[in-house]
Every structure is written in C-alpha cells, then in structure tokens.
Design a protein around this ligand. Structure first.
Ligand SMILES: *[C@@H]1O[C@H](CO)[C@@H](O)[C@H](O)[C@H]1NC(C)=O
Ligand SMILES: *[C@@H]1O[C@H](CO)[C@@H](O)[C@H](O)[C@H]1NC(C)=O
Ligand SMILES: *[C@@H]1O[C@H](CO)[C@@H](O)[C@H](O)[C@H]1NC(C)=O
Ligand SMILES: *[C@@H]1O[C@H](CO)[C@@H](O)[C@H](O)[C@H]1NC(C)=O
Ligand SMILES: *[C@@H]1O[C@H](CO)[C@@H](O)[C@H](O)[C@H]1NC(C)=O
Ligand SMILES: CC(=O)N[C@H]1CO[C@H](CO)[C@@H](O)[C@@H]1O
Length: 574
C-alpha cells in the first residue's frame, strides 16, 4: 500500500508543466479550501487560475497534514494526479462546464462504494483487502462520466455499523478511529464518518456517503456539513457493499446545499442492476441545482412535532432548543407556514420499546431484524458473489464473522460481532415469510400511522426536526432527509465521554443540524427549502474546527511555478 509518506515524497518531486495563463496574486483569487464551493473551484479551473493537478495536489497535502490525527481518509487514489492531468488536458481542448459541472473536481467516496482501479473497497475490513470488483459501482461510473476525480476512499464505521452490538462510531479495523474536527477526540458519528469529516475541513470538494439508519444524517449533523439522504432507489447501490436493500441509499456530504444538488444530480437515475431504482417516478431527473433559489421556502407547509422532539434519543451532539426555535422564526419569515405540534405517535417509541403505547412489537427490534435479515441475504448476493477476486474466500455473513473473530487485525473482542451474532442466531434472511410480516407491520407503523400519515393529513411539504429525531422514521421507510447546519454547543457544555471508547461524545463547539424530512422522491423540494434556509441562516462559516489543514492553492501553484519560464504562470510569485 502506498503510504501517506510516499505521497508526500511523490508530490515534492513532481515537476508539472505550468498551464495557467492568469496572474494570481499572493492573496487574491484562490478560494480558501476550508469552504470552497463548486462554483469557486469551477471559476478557478475555467479561468486557468489553477489546474486540477493543483487541486488534487493541494487536497492530498491537506490530507497528509491531518490524517494521522483524524483518520478520515483510508486510501488515496494512486492515479489521482494522472487523472487530474488528463482532465486538465481535456479542459484545454475545450469542455462544456455546463454539461460537466464536476469536470476536474476531486471527491472522496466512502469505503463501501467500489471502484475498479487500484483502490480497495473494504467497508473498513481486512476481509476484503485486495478483493477485486468486475467493474466500477454505478455511482463511481456516473461520477467519472461527470468528470469528477475520485481522489480516495473515506473511513467509515466498519461494515456500516452492522457488526457490533454497541457500535464504535467512525472506527474500522483497516482505517483506524476517525474523529471529528470540532473538538479533540470528537465522536464523528457514523457510519459515513470519514466522508463527513473530510467534507467539513476541505480534504476534497465533497464526499459521497451511504445511509442505512442515519449514516449520512448523523455525521452530517455532527460535522457542520450538509447531509443529504435521498429516497431509497433514487441512487443505484450496484457494487456498494450492502447492509440492507430496503434502507441503504447513496447520498452526499457537502459544505453547501447547492453543492449537494450538483453532486446528487450526477448520481441519480435508474440502473437495471438495482431494481429499487425502478421506483423512480420521472424519466429525466428534476434540476436540483435550479431548485436552489432564495424563494424556496415561500408558501411551504412545514410540520413540527413536539412529541417527536421529546423522545430522548441522542445523548450526543444535542440540538440547542433555542437555536431550533430561532430556526422556526427564520422559516416563518421566509414565507413558510409552521404547523406546530403535529403528532408523530411512533416517535415516542424510538429507540426504546414502546412502553405499551403502541402495537405489541418493539419498533427498534423489528427494524433491526429487518436490516439484519437483509444483511444475511444482501452481503453475499449483492456483493461477495460478484467479486472477481476474493482473497479470503468469504462468501457469507457466517464466514465473515469467523474471519473477524479469528483475525488479529480485526480488533476482536474489544470490537465485538454482537449484531451479526444476533442476525445469525435468528437465522432468517429476507426470503422468509416472517420477514415480510415485520416489514408490513413496520411500514404501517412508521408510515400511515405516523410520518407519512402526518405529512398527508396536514398537507405538509416536510417535517422539520432536530436531525437525530428524523433518522429512524425516515430510514425505516426509505424516505429522503436533508440535514443542514444549525448551530454549535455552547462553551459551557459539559464534556461527556463514551462508555466504551476513548471518544468524547459531547463538548463545547459540537455542531448540530436541522432536518427537512419529506415524502418519497421529494428531493427537488427538499433542496429548495434547505437552500433557502441555509442562505438565511448561514451557520456553517460561523463554526470553526479546532484542527484544519493549512495548505492552500496559492502555495501549490507557487511551488509549481517557481522556475517555470514558459508563460505567465504565477508571475506574481516569482
Ligand atoms: C489495496 O490493498 C492492497 C492489498 O493489501 C495493497 O497492495 C494496495 O496498495 C491497496 N491500494 C491502495 C490504493 O492503498
Ligand atoms: C427486484 O428483483 C427481485 C428478484 O428478481 C425481486 O424479488 C424483487 O421483488 C424486486 N424488487 C423490486 C423493488 O422491484
Ligand atoms: C420481527 O420483529 C420482532 C420484534 O418486534 C423480532 O423479535 C422478530 O425476530 C422479527 N421477526 C423476524 C422474522 O425478523
Ligand atoms: C435464505 O434462506 C433460505 C431458507 O433458509 C436459504 O435457502 C437461502 O440459501 C438463504 N439465502 C442466503 C443468501 O443466505
Ligand atoms: C481461497 O480459495 C482458493 C481456491 O480454492 C485457494 O487457493 C486459497 O488458498 C484460498 N484462500 C484462503 C485465504 O483460504
Ligand atoms: C492512507 C492512510 O494513511 N491510511 C491509514 C489509515 O489508518 C490506518 C490505521 O491507522 C493506517 O494503517 C493506514 O495506513
């Protein structure tokens, strides 16, 4: 494996031709990479202020600066600079940026989204190190087609948090413990931990994640970025290491809502190899970017559920109630109608048992049994069986469990296999009739009796909730949610450590988000509302990480241009 040190060396010896024709000044023109948007990067590339090679070099150096502490990135694409130089050549030959908005732009993929290249796709496990896929995942193929540069793989909670009984968020055997950047040893939440941390401090333009039960929403919430969880079926899961076909969805972690729209636009669409995409209700996807206007909230009807918010579900990254009320005022001022105190009867039962208030089954136990049954079926049939090379010959969850418990690299028993143990003990996969009875019961209980029932009854465009409170309902139903930064925990916040690990769950400066939770395939409207809200609140830039890389484009371009006499590149630097 190419180490980070090797990368550092490679970057220093690379002598790249000077391509730029503009004259950057030492301070002007270069977008700060902590907050750079697609528009900023597009402008710089298209005006030849910097190149994709510069951008990739800058991001790699930024990763090198912080990764020993944050462990956000597990692998850097050994071909990233080469691909960047190809993009630069294409751009010089003439591209239409309107058709390929992501052309030459570096992104990170969660380490469960396969690419057919030098990179591994392991879900954080040594079990799949060295395994080979027959082709790119559909998502990776679409992103490449859109011109994006796949810069590397982001760390994650191992196996998308399916393995342990009490999950170590952000930890994987292969990637180590990812931590957040807003206070030391910050629990990054999971499972798209590395994706969120990387987006939050500018280790790439943006990152792709997956969400089964909060895996995009919770890291987005805790890391001061926009987490976009689309409807299950809007994005293909072909060659994405599965957890649950009913709940898995590929989405985005970005610094702005509009950037989420750009990234989603490149990823959505039907795929014969994932028949959940048959449910997509349009031939041509809506224009999510165009949906981002500053009147996106006007006339919208938004539900607020006090009983959902009363459920004590999240000991970490607590939402400040005052910030939430202020957000409601902003929504009203933007022309939205708030329908307060919408009853969501299922919310009280989450995540604990329903204490006799609902049907006679446990919601959480039933949801876990569904995703567990899916995992037993989906891991072999939708991934392991498709591998071209499978070095450890693992072809079932049972074999994976054995490997994990036997291999000294996998951290057992400190990191247990309790969830898998349970799935295997129940022994029911998603072909069993009893699986379907639980699916029917859960869908009814979370849907018509609760979330979708309330949306319809009150004619709502979305529910607005502190992000953690949106997770179980929407993910249990496969519905879309967008989480937007809302605030940070105050300076007098008590420090709470996790029981099992070394992470800090709660401390001053911990970001939190607000979620817009809508019906199936309502993404266009969610983008409109979230964008308008984000423009009015503008929270993200006010929350500063305690650690972030120092490398900026100016330095990289300067280094490239020193001694280059061929054109006007960087004359300002000489
Ligand atoms: C992928 O894993 C293999 C096997 O361990 C290793 O040789 C290779 O360097 C890894 N790829 C990257 C990009 O790290
Ligand atoms: C997808 O195809 C499988 C196998 O052909 C079938 O059992 C399943 O019902 C289909 N699912 C959807 C959502 O169409
Ligand atoms: C159905 O859900 C219940 C929890 O309410 C669980 O105990 C049971 O194992 C589930 N059945 C199946 C077949 O998954
Ligand atoms: C699912 O369970 C059925 C019945 O036990 C079994 O025949 C089938 O092989 C299982 N499928 C997988 C992928 O484990
Ligand atoms: C996997 O199977 C192949 C072919 O049967 C065998 O050569 C190889 O040794 C096996 N690898 C492991 C790790 O068991
Ligand atoms: C690319 C990279 O630096 N990967 C590292 C991620 O973290 C693990 C565990 O700490 C290292 O072994 C990898 O080298």
């Amino acid at each position: 494996m190419r180490t980070l040190l090797a990368w550092a060396t490679a970057l220093q010896v690379l002598s790249l031709p000077c391509l730029s024709h503009s004259r950057p000044t030492a301070d002007g023109g270069f977008p700060p990479l902590l907050d750079a948007t697609l528009a900023d990067l597009r402008l710089g590339l298209d005006s030849e202020l910097f190149t994709s090679v510069d951008l990739v070099s800058a991001y790699i150096e930024r990763i090198l600066e912080v990764n020993t502490v944050l462990k956000a990135v597990t692998e850097i694409n050994p071909d990233a600079l080469l691909i960047a130089s190809e993009r630069d050549a294409e751009r010089r030959a003439g591209i239409d940026p309107a058709k390929q908005p992501l052309h030459g732009i570096p992104i990170l993929l969660k380490n469960n989204i396969a690419t057919k290249d030098e990179m591994n796709n392991t879900a954080g496990s040594y079990a799949l190190l060295g395994a080979k896929v027959p082709e790119d995942s559909t998502i990776a193929a679409k992103l490449r087609k859109a011109g994006a540069i796949i810069l590397g793989k982001a760390n994650m909670s191992q196996w998308a948090a399916s393995r342990e009984l009490v999950n170590h968020e952000g930890w994987s055997a292969h990637g180590g413990q990812a931590v957040g950047a807003y206070f030391p040893l910050q629990n990054p939440r999971g499972s798209s931990s590395g994706s969120a941390v990387s987006a939050s401090i500018g280790l790439a333009w943006a990152a792709v994640g997956t969400d089964t039960g909060g895996s995009i929403l919770l890291p987005g919430h805790a890391n001061n970025v926009v987490g976009f969880r689309p409807t299950v079926g809007l994005t293909s899961r072909y060659l994405v290491i599965p957890f649950s076909e009913r709940q898995d969805t590929v989405g985005t972690l970005t610094r702005t809502v509009k950037d989420a729209a750009y990234l989603m636009q490149a990823m959505v669409g039907p795929d014969k190899r994932d028949n959940y995409t048959d449910a997509i209700p349009f031939d041509e996807p809506p224009d999510y970017v165009a949906a981002c206007t500053d009147s996106g909230l006007r006339g919208k009807r938004l539900g607020v559920s006090r009983n959902a918010m009363a459920a004590d579900i999240d000991p970490t990254a607590k939402t400040d109630p005052e910030a939430f009320e202020k957000a409601l005022d902003v929504l009203r001022a933007a022309g939205a109608e708030i329908i307060d105190d919408v009853d969501l009867p299922c919310a009280l039962t989450l995540p604990d048992d329903n204490q006799g208030q609902g049907p006679s089954f446990s919601v959480v136990a039933a949801v876990f049994s569904i995703v567990g049954a899916d995992f037993l079926s989906d891991l072999p049939t939708k991934y392991l069986n498709l591998l071209k090379e499978n070095p450890n010959n693992i072809s079932s969850v049972r074999e994976l469990r054995e490997f994990t418990r036997d291999s000294p690299l996998e951290g057992f028993p400190r990191f247990d296999t309790g969830s898998w143990d349970n799935y295997l003990k129940v022994g029911i996969n998603n072909t069993a009739p009893s699986y379907w009875s639980n699916v029917t019961a859960i869908t009814e209980f979370l849907g018509p009796m609760c979330l979708t029932g309330a949306l319809e009854k009150h004619n709502l465009d979305a529910m607005v909730l502190p992000t953690p409170h949106s997770v179980l309902m929407a993910s249990g139903l496969g519905l879309p949610v967008v989480s937007v930064p809302l605030g940070r925990s105050p300076d007098d916040t008590p420090i709470i450590k996790s029981d099992q690990g070394s992470l800090i769950l709660s401390a001053p400066n911990g970001p939190f988000g607000i979620a817009f939770s809508g019906p199936a395939f309502s993404e266009e409207k969610l983008f409109a509302m979230a964008y308008d809200f984000e423009q009015r609140m503008n929270v993200r830039p006010t929350i500063k990480p305690f650690i972030s890389p120092k490398t900026e484009l100016a330095q990289v371009v300067r280094k490239r241009c020193v001694g280059d006499s061929r054109d006007s590149c960087g004359k300002a630097f000489k």
